[in-house]
Design a protein around this ligand. Structure first.
Ligand code: C2E
Ligand code: MG
Ligand code: MG
Ligand code: MG
Length: 289
């Protein structure tokens, strides 16, 4: 299946394999070589301020440019990467790329967005984690780590806990991703004291139709705000979603309504045109797209 689209789309080929076994066998060897061959690259999806609808952040999401099979999404290779023990290496490559990209954007733009990168349990517990973060020379408030709620606090070993605590000191914020989808939601807030949480799209998707979903989101916002935690909503697919979630108090929004994840050049064009436009029309954001 190949999706070919306008400049906001990238071509994604999702090759079909007869079984997971076939796919894993075929991809394993390739995956072990992919880091050294620099085949992983980020696509970026905007995070938008819910009241101005301007881009204030970018989530970097990994893609694998496979030499013969096209561009593969994480669902095609993340589990395998974990099994093969290379997930932490992928995360680190993405992090280094994000730090570099942020420095480029600082030169290029008046208001460079912060970049969020996803990190796995494997990377968080790696003994070299803190030193690689330190070595990257991250300026405060420029990079955010997203840790999926699926990586519950109980599963974290002492090294991971220590690393999490030390991150703030290095100027890197921690955000809980996929909030509400896992097992330890409330507890993880107390134990991790994240700066932000991102409500899982399975909770935000039904807010348009379901009164109960709206109540649930309202309760999460209540709890978060009590703890001074900023709330992001993911999976914002329509203007109704955006409007409801803004009214409810989510300060940041992310989803296909604003933009799909797009390649860096397309993302940079988007940023430059938005910042040029807002220099003339200070209140106009992405909303008319
Ligand atoms: P995530 O971190 O929760 O990222 C959001 C996912 O939802 C992305 O899928 C994004 O394309 C998709 N999405 C965004 N807006 C919408 C929307 O409005 N509707 C719908 N239906 N989907 C939306 P993607 O890029 O395929 O990534 C899937 C997951 O793979 C991520 O979920 C994250 O858990 C993981 N991942 C991606 N990049 C990395 C990475 O560099 N390291 C690690 N450890 N995990 C990564
Ligand atoms: Mg994420
Ligand atoms: Mg998610
Ligand atoms: Mg997420």
């Amino acid at each position: 299946r190949a999706k070919v689209g306008g400049r906001n789309r990238i071509e994604v080929f999702e090759p079909t394999f007869r079984s997971d076994f076939e796919r894993n066998t075929v991809l394993s060897n390739d995956l072990l070589r992919a880091i050294a061959r620099k085949e992983f690259f980020p696509v970026y999806q905007p995070l938008v301020d819910s009241s101005t609808q301007k881009i204030v952040g970018a989530e970097a999401l990994v893609r694998w440019k496979h030499p013969t099979r096209g561009v593969l999404p994480p669902a095609m290779f993340m589990e395998l990467a974990q099994t093969l023990g290379v997930l932490a290496d992928i995360d680190q490559a993405m992090f280094e790329e994000a730090v570099k990209k942020r420095k480029t954007w600082e030169r290029m733009l008046q208001n460079p967005p912060r970049i969020s990168v996803n990190i796995s349990a494997e990377r968080l517990k790696s003994p070299s984690f803190l030193s690689t973060v330190q070595a990257a020379g991250v300026q405060p408030n420029t990079i955010i780590f997203e840790i999926s709620e699926a990586v519950t606090f109980e599963e974290l070993d002492d090294v991971s806990k220590y690393n999490l605590d030390a991150l703030e000191g290095l100027g890197v914020e921690v955000e809980i991703d996929d909030f509400g989808s896992g097992r330890a939601s409330i507890l993880s807030l107390l134990e991790m004291k994240p700066r932000r949480l991102k409500i899982d799209r399975n909770l935000t998707a039904p807010v348009v139709e379901s009164e109960q979903a709206r109540s649930l989101v309202a309760s999460i916002l209540d709890i978060a705000h009590t703890l001074s935690i900023e709330v992001v909503a993911e999976g914002v697919e329509t203007s109704q979603h955006a409007e409801i979630l803004r009214e409810q108090g989510c300060s940041l929004l992310q989803g296909y309504y604003f933009s799909r994840p797009i390649e860096e050049t397309a993302f940079e064009e988007l940023l430059q045109s938005e910042q040029a436009r807002s220099a003339r029309w200070p209140t106009q954001g992405l909303g008319h797209r």
